[in-house]
Design a protein around this ligand. Structure first.
Ligand SMILES: [Zn+2]
Length: 180
Protein backbone atom coordinates (compact mmCIF):
# COMPACT_ATOMS: atom_id res chain seq x y z
CA UNK A 1 0.00 0.00 0.00
CA UNK A 2 1.62 3.19 -1.18
CA UNK A 3 0.58 6.76 -0.27
CA UNK A 4 0.24 8.59 -3.59
CA UNK A 5 -1.40 11.76 -2.23
CA UNK A 6 -2.14 12.83 1.37
CA UNK A 7 -4.33 10.13 2.94
CA UNK A 8 -4.80 8.41 -0.43
CA UNK A 9 -3.21 4.99 -0.91
CA UNK A 10 -2.85 2.80 -3.99
CA UNK A 11 -3.09 -0.98 -3.88
CA UNK A 12 -2.65 -2.94 -7.11
CA UNK A 13 -4.58 -6.13 -7.73
CA UNK A 14 -6.89 -7.20 -10.57
CA UNK A 15 -7.39 -3.44 -10.87
CA UNK A 16 -6.01 -0.43 -9.01
CA UNK A 17 -7.83 0.08 -5.79
CA UNK A 18 -7.58 3.27 -3.76
CA UNK A 19 -7.96 3.69 -0.01
CA UNK A 20 -8.80 7.06 1.50
CA UNK A 21 -7.71 6.82 5.10
CA UNK A 22 -9.55 9.83 6.49
CA UNK A 23 -12.29 10.24 9.13
CA UNK A 24 -14.58 8.35 6.77
CA UNK A 25 -12.63 5.46 5.29
CA UNK A 26 -13.35 4.85 1.66
CA UNK A 27 -12.22 2.11 -0.63
CA UNK A 28 -12.59 2.64 -4.36
CA UNK A 29 -13.06 -0.68 -6.15
CA UNK A 30 -12.48 -4.20 -4.93
CA UNK A 31 -9.90 -5.82 -7.19
CA UNK A 32 -7.84 -7.02 -4.27
CA UNK A 33 -8.30 -8.37 -0.76
CA UNK A 34 -8.28 -5.61 1.81
CA UNK A 35 -7.78 -5.93 5.55
CA UNK A 36 -8.11 -2.40 6.95
CA UNK A 37 -11.32 -0.75 8.22
CA UNK A 38 -13.67 0.48 5.48
CA UNK A 39 -16.85 2.54 5.93
CA UNK A 40 -17.78 2.85 2.26
CA UNK A 41 -16.82 0.76 -0.72
CA UNK A 42 -17.44 2.69 -3.92
CA UNK A 43 -17.48 0.60 -7.08
CA UNK A 44 -16.62 2.61 -10.18
CA UNK A 45 -18.43 0.08 -12.35
CA UNK A 46 -19.74 -3.43 -12.55
CA UNK A 47 -16.87 -5.42 -14.02
CA UNK A 48 -15.44 -8.53 -12.41
CA UNK A 49 -11.89 -7.20 -12.00
CA UNK A 50 -13.29 -4.27 -10.00
CA UNK A 51 -15.82 -6.09 -7.85
CA UNK A 52 -14.28 -9.53 -7.30
CA UNK A 53 -13.47 -9.05 -3.60
CA UNK A 54 -16.51 -6.87 -2.75
CA UNK A 55 -18.32 -9.65 -0.86
CA UNK A 56 -15.23 -10.54 1.21
CA UNK A 57 -14.58 -6.91 2.08
CA UNK A 58 -18.24 -6.32 2.95
CA UNK A 59 -18.28 -9.37 5.19
CA UNK A 60 -15.10 -8.47 7.01
CA UNK A 61 -15.56 -4.71 7.42
CA UNK A 62 -19.34 -4.39 7.39
CA UNK A 63 -18.94 -1.50 4.93
CA UNK A 64 -21.69 -0.05 2.79
CA UNK A 65 -21.34 -0.79 -0.92
CA UNK A 66 -22.35 1.88 -3.39
CA UNK A 67 -22.41 1.90 -7.18
CA UNK A 68 -23.50 4.24 -9.99
CA UNK A 69 -27.05 4.18 -11.31
CA UNK A 70 -27.13 1.97 -14.38
CA UNK A 71 -24.70 -0.58 -12.96
CA UNK A 72 -26.76 -1.76 -10.00
CA UNK A 73 -28.09 -4.84 -11.77
CA UNK A 74 -25.86 -7.58 -10.42
CA UNK A 75 -27.88 -10.25 -12.23
CA UNK A 76 -26.73 -8.78 -15.51
CA UNK A 77 -23.13 -9.28 -14.50
CA UNK A 78 -23.69 -12.78 -13.20
CA UNK A 79 -25.50 -13.79 -16.38
CA UNK A 80 -22.40 -12.84 -18.25
CA UNK A 81 -19.62 -13.69 -15.83
CA UNK A 82 -19.93 -16.24 -13.08
CA UNK A 83 -16.21 -16.68 -12.63
CA UNK A 84 -13.18 -14.50 -12.88
CA UNK A 85 -9.69 -15.94 -13.41
CA UNK A 86 -11.19 -19.35 -12.73
CA UNK A 87 -12.76 -18.38 -9.40
CA UNK A 88 -16.43 -17.95 -8.65
CA UNK A 89 -17.58 -14.35 -8.15
CA UNK A 90 -19.51 -13.97 -4.91
CA UNK A 91 -22.72 -11.94 -4.93
CA UNK A 92 -22.90 -9.01 -2.56
CA UNK A 93 -25.49 -6.53 -1.39
CA UNK A 94 -25.64 -3.00 -2.79
CA UNK A 95 -26.60 -0.45 -0.15
CA UNK A 96 -26.96 2.69 -2.21
CA UNK A 97 -27.12 3.77 -5.85
CA UNK A 98 -25.28 6.95 -6.79
CA UNK A 99 -26.58 9.76 -8.96
CA UNK A 100 -24.84 12.68 -10.63
CA UNK A 101 -23.52 15.26 -8.12
CA UNK A 102 -23.98 13.08 -5.05
CA UNK A 103 -21.51 14.27 -2.43
CA UNK A 104 -19.26 12.26 -0.16
CA UNK A 105 -17.18 14.07 2.45
CA UNK A 106 -14.39 12.10 4.10
CA UNK A 107 -13.02 14.82 6.39
CA UNK A 108 -10.45 16.63 4.27
CA UNK A 109 -11.89 15.69 0.89
CA UNK A 110 -15.18 16.70 -0.68
CA UNK A 111 -15.93 14.20 -3.38
CA UNK A 112 -18.60 14.58 -6.01
CA UNK A 113 -19.96 11.78 -8.15
CA UNK A 114 -19.87 12.22 -11.91
CA UNK A 115 -21.77 9.87 -14.16
CA UNK A 116 -19.43 8.72 -16.91
CA UNK A 117 -21.37 6.17 -18.96
CA UNK A 118 -19.64 4.45 -21.87
CA UNK A 119 -17.30 1.73 -20.67
CA UNK A 120 -20.35 0.53 -18.77
CA UNK A 121 -23.76 2.19 -18.58
CA UNK A 122 -23.38 3.11 -14.91
CA UNK A 123 -19.67 3.97 -14.79
CA UNK A 124 -18.88 6.79 -12.39
CA UNK A 125 -15.99 9.09 -11.62
CA UNK A 126 -15.21 10.40 -8.15
CA UNK A 127 -14.07 13.99 -8.37
CA UNK A 128 -12.46 16.37 -5.86
CA UNK A 129 -12.64 19.91 -7.13
CA UNK A 130 -10.20 21.68 -4.79
CA UNK A 131 -7.45 19.10 -5.29
CA UNK A 132 -8.39 18.45 -8.93
CA UNK A 133 -8.40 14.72 -8.37
CA UNK A 134 -10.40 12.29 -10.48
CA UNK A 135 -10.78 8.60 -9.76
CA UNK A 136 -11.79 7.57 -13.25
CA UNK A 137 -12.35 3.81 -13.05
CA UNK A 138 -11.93 2.39 -16.55
CA UNK A 139 -13.18 5.49 -18.39
CA UNK A 140 -9.81 7.21 -18.98
CA UNK A 141 -6.25 6.22 -18.14
CA UNK A 142 -2.99 8.03 -17.47
CA UNK A 143 -1.39 6.83 -20.68
CA UNK A 144 -4.08 8.64 -22.71
CA UNK A 145 -6.07 5.52 -23.49
CA UNK A 146 -9.80 5.35 -22.98
CA UNK A 147 -11.85 2.45 -21.70
CA UNK A 148 -13.09 -0.22 -24.05
CA UNK A 149 -16.62 0.09 -25.36
CA UNK A 150 -16.84 -3.33 -26.97
CA UNK A 151 -17.89 -5.04 -23.74
CA UNK A 152 -21.31 -6.20 -22.74
CA UNK A 153 -23.15 -3.28 -21.16
CA UNK A 154 -21.00 -0.59 -22.81
CA UNK A 155 -21.98 2.14 -25.24
CA UNK A 156 -19.68 3.90 -27.66
CA UNK A 157 -21.95 6.91 -28.25
CA UNK A 158 -22.30 7.55 -24.53
CA UNK A 159 -18.52 7.28 -24.20
CA UNK A 160 -18.10 10.08 -26.74
CA UNK A 161 -20.37 12.33 -24.67
CA UNK A 162 -18.55 11.35 -21.50
CA UNK A 163 -15.19 12.32 -23.03
CA UNK A 164 -16.56 15.75 -23.95
CA UNK A 165 -17.77 16.16 -20.36
CA UNK A 166 -14.33 15.18 -19.03
CA UNK A 167 -12.54 17.67 -21.28
CA UNK A 168 -14.24 20.50 -19.39
CA UNK A 169 -13.01 19.20 -16.06
CA UNK A 170 -9.80 20.38 -14.37
CA UNK A 171 -7.81 17.26 -13.59
CA UNK A 172 -4.36 17.44 -12.02
CA UNK A 173 -4.28 13.96 -10.49
CA UNK A 174 -5.83 11.14 -12.46
CA UNK A 175 -6.20 7.94 -10.48
CA UNK A 176 -7.46 5.34 -12.92
CA UNK A 177 -8.60 1.76 -12.64
CA UNK A 178 -5.53 0.28 -14.35
CA UNK A 179 -1.97 1.48 -15.00
CA UNK A 180 -0.41 4.02 -12.76
ZN1 LIG B 1 -13.97 -2.32 -16.64
Amino acid sequence: MKEIYPKIFLIQGFCNIYYIDDKIKILIDAGNEFEKPVDLLILTHLHPDHIFYAKNIQKRTNCKIIIGKGDENLKLLFNYFSTWQGKKIKEFKIDRILEENDKINTGIYDFKILKLPGHSLGSIGIYEKKHEILFSGDTIFNNGFIGRTDFFHSDEMLMKKTLIKLKKLKIKHLFSGHNY
